[in-house]
Design a binder for this molecule. Structure first.
Ligand code: AMP
Length: 142
């Protein structure tokens, strides 16, 4: 059975839905759990004119706070909470390799049209991962 699960979270309102599934699977497998959230880098121009000096730093700090709460909810220590800056798909796959997980869990939105062609994070993880991937279909947006 799975020994180490990596839960990729965008820290949006979808997270609560996924947490239920992550918790159940972890209970069934008794696996170790790690978390990852990726902050995509912003174009390198200044946002000072908006009165924001370090927008990326602020995004990282906000992510850190949300991640900490999620870690408490799921009983995941800080050492196993990963916040990365870079391309989301690449970073998830890199950390999955580095920490040696055997299952990645992520959400998946039912997509149509252009966004389906552009591809989703779930698709990219599924096609690039060396381990198993569990994509959880998220409820349709209202
Ligand atoms: P999306 O393709 O944006 O609809 O995201 C599908 C799933 O990919 C989400 O439910 C998360 O599990 C994962 N994901 C998306 N964005 C991120 C992110 N920035 N950091 C970590 N995981 C993410």
């Amino acid at each position: 059975m799975y020994k180490h699960i990596l839960f990729a979270t965008d820290l949006t309102e979808d997270t609560d839905y996924l947490v239920v599934k992550v918790r159940s699977l972890r209970g069934l497998t008794n696996a170790k759990l790690s978390l990852i959230h990726v902050v995509e880098p912003l174009p390198g121009y200044s946002y000072a004119y908006l009165g924001i000096e370090d927008i990326e730093g602020q995004l990282i700090e906000e992510a850190r706070q949300s991640m900490e709460k999620l870690g408490e909810k799921l009983g995941v220590s800080k050492a196993d909470q990963h916040i990365e800056v870079g391309p989301t798909k690449v970073k998830i796959l890199t950390v999955a390799d580095e920490v040696g997980v055997d299952l990645i869990m992520c959400g998946s939105h039912g997509r149509h049209g252009l966004s389906l062609l552009l591809g989703s994070t779930a698709n990219a993880i599924l096609h690039g991962a060396k381990c198993d991937v569990l994509t959880v279909r998220l409820p349709e947006e209202q």
